[in-house]
Design a protein around this ligand. Structure first.
Ligand code: ADP
Length: 630
């Protein structure tokens, strides 16, 4: 093969040489046979119209035959293959100057190009469908501000006139958008800020002159990391926006009416309280005058009813103040033991009247010098204990304060008020902390109350950084608990850990007898005594056991609970003294009036301390014993 023939053999194009007059193929390169599937040389002698089969090919060769120009460039046609298939080609036909009377056909297989074009068309059609399927209006702009793409939703949202769209008049479309604002300038300025060549997303709300609100978001469009423009998406959020505005307005209105309600309640309560105090004061004065029995009875009823009414008003006033966030917490040092003692005293009469057990206990060794709002703490305790008394008819009430943790000078305290009363059904336990809710409305008549107490407690406890809750079951008593975060008072903080342990006031061999029927009280008292150095502590559950123990051995110091079932502390003491008992006997009782102390001394006791027993009270009692020569 000559070098020229070799090159032709491997040429990419299909090359054919024709007789210009007869259109008979005189020669073709191997590529023609290879691509069309004919054996070498099989096409020589055939007419070009035997293998070019597209309608346009047929017309073209017919024209050439009739003397038309044989010159054609980049025309598409179809070649018939040996197997009956076709090959799409793009071809040039010309008559070479070097060979008059001849025609050269140069064709290129365009199957690969056709496939690529079809794939691109499919992709474009998918993209178009996707663009049209979104609920948002889409506008894609080139960096130069011309429109790259848009969808039908966009044209609907912006009411773009059809002529602009048909003419694809980008500037008219964009200018028309600006005309839909009260302030087109501001819109254009914002568009310029977003920038078509800038990176980053944008999101804003557009308020159109017709009242509609469109949410506009945009993202840069990239090609090979280069920003080529920006795609804007528009959503009509008018309905959602209006609904939000309505919700906000409704919330503001509700808050305002809540505030107004609280203020009204506070004002009304105050206005009622002032004359109520007058009514009560005068009724008290009335009692000091000469009254017959009936009148005295009436006056006392006025006082009792007035006090009940005042309690309700106070609750409402308190609650409305808390609601209106008009209560701030006080900050002062106080002693928790004193506070608990005071709280206990409030209920002494009820305890006696109802014949209930009542014990208050502070966890031995826990810090009691605190800093916070004692009045509010007391209020919560009074409320919970008051409820416990109200709903308990037999058994007792136990109040306990324990230390949960101390973090950065702040103690987390837990208070528990446990009663053996009527209990609360589980489905009511959450609602009773809401205002004006009572577990059983039918019992309101029997027990009274407003249903505000626990709601007030919840709010105060929240102000003290704590939680409140209840464990109870119907008919089986309740335990109300709450936690509170209180700072340790400076003096408590100043105590170094070593100094925090009280100095040993008691010798290890001091024989001590603790007579107390309530186990938690026994443990509490013994805990404090141990901290003061006591090691020899014996317990008696009641007066009889105490007498028995004292018959068998002698004690230096006896802590005698005065109120115990069976043989109480007074009688036990009397009997001990009758049998010549010389122990130092310290009465322990919730009674702290002078008469009570006198009662203790009369029974033969040497001293008296009050419950809940504090470290300070024991230290003072031991100091008095020492002064007395003990
Ligand atoms: P009030 O006692 O004035 O009705 P509270 O808010 O203090 O209001 O209490 C709400 C309700 O919770 C009470 O009405 C009662 O049904 C229930 N409750 C509270 N404490 C106890 C308790 N210790 N035992 C049983 N029920 C209780």
């Amino acid at each position: 093969m000559t070098p020229d023939a070799l090159l032709l053999h491997y040429a990419e194009d299909l090359l054919l040489l024709l007789d210009a007059r007869t259109l008979v193929i005189e020669a073709c390169n191997q590529t023609v046979c290879n691509r069309l599937g004919y054996p070498s040389g099989a096409l020589v002698g055939k007419s070009i119209t035997d293998i070019e089969c597209a309608l346009s090919d047929v017309f073209f060769w017919e024209e050439v035959r009739q003397g038309g120009s044989p010159r054609i460039e980049a025309a598409e046609g179809l070649y018939l293959c040996a197997d009956g298939g076709t090959l799409p080609v793009r071809k040039d036909v010309f008559s070479p100057a070097e060979a008059p009377g001849k025609l050269v056909v140069r064709a290129r297989d365009i199957r690969a190009q056709r496939h690529a074009e079809e794939a691109q068309m499919r992709m474009a059609s998918h993209l178009k469908a996707t663009l049209e399927a979104t609920a948002d209006g889409i506008l894609a702009l080139h960096r130069d501000g011309s429109i790259a793409n848009l969808n039908r939703r966009f044209t609907q949202l912006w009411n773009i006139p059809n002529p602009y769209l048909l003419a694809r008049d980008d500037q008219a479309i964009l200018a028309y958008m600006a005309t839909q604002f009260d302030d087109p300038e501001a819109y254009l300025q914002r568009l310029a800020e977003i920038g078509l060549d800038q990176d980053g997303e944008s999101a804003d709300l557009l308020t159109l002159a017709d009242g509609r609100i469109l949410q506009r978001t945009s993202l840069p469009a990239r090609q090979a990391e280069h920003i080529i423009g920006r795609v804007f998406s528009f959503t009509d959020v008018t309905a959602r926006h209006l609904a939000e505005q309505e919700l906000i307005a409704a919330r503001d209105e509700a808050q305002a009416s809540d505030r107004a309600k609280s203020e009204f309640l506070a004002m009304v309560s105050h206005e009622i309280r002032t004359p109520m105090n007058g009514v009560l004061g005068m009724a008290e004065l009335l009692l000091t005058t000469e009254l017959d029995t009936e009148q005295d009875d009436y006056a006392r009823t006025i006082i009792a009813s007035g006090e009940a009414l005042l309690a309700v008003i106070n609750d409402i006033l308190d609650y409305s103040k808390l609601e209106a966030q008009k209560i701030s917490m006080d900050e002062q040092d106080f002693d928790l033991a004193d506070l608990m003692r005071g709280v206990q005293q409030v209920f002494l009469k009820q305890q006696q009247d109802k014949g209930l057990e009542f014990a208050c206990r502070i966890e031995p060794g826990m810090p009691t010098h605190l800093h916070g709002d004692p009045a509010r703490l007391r209020q919560v305790l009074l409320n919970l204990i008051g409820n416990a008394f109200k709903f308990t008819h037999q058994g007792g009430i136990r109040v306990e304060a324990t230390l949960q943790e101390v973090v950065a000078g702040q103690a987390l305290l837990r208070f528990s008020v446990r009663d053996t009363g009527i209990g609360i059904p589980p489905d009511k336990q959450a609602s009773i902390f809401r205002p004006f809710e009572q577990a059983d409305r039918s019992t309101t008549r029997k027990y009274g109350g407003t249903g505000l107490g626990l709601a007030i407690c919840s709010q105060i406890v929240a102000l003290m950084g704590g939680d409140i809750g209840v464990q109870s079951s119907d008919g089986n008593g309740s335990e109300f608990w709450f936690t509170a975060r209180l700072h340790l008072a400076q003096d408590a903080l100043a105590q170094a850990p070593a100094a925090a342990a009280p100095a040993a006031l008691l010798r290890a061999d001091t024989r001590i007898l603790v007579v107390e029927d309530i186990a938690t009280n026994r443990v509490a008292l013994a805990g404090l005594l141990k901290k003061l150095g006591a090691q020899d502590i014996t317990f008696a559950n009641d007066g009889h056991e105490c007498l028995e123990l004292c018959r068998r051995g002698a004690y230096d110091l006896i802590f005698m609970d005065v109120q115990m079932p069976g043989l109480d502390g007074f009688d036990a003491t009397r009997q001990l003294r009758e049998h010549g008992c010389a122990s130092r006997i310290v009465g322990v009782s919730a009674h702290v009036t002078l008469q009570d102390i006198e009662h203790c001394l009369k029974a033969g006791m040497d001293d008296h301390i009050a419950k809940p027993v504090s470290m300070k009270a024991i230290q003072e009692a031991l100091a008095r014993w020492r002064q007395a020569g003990g």
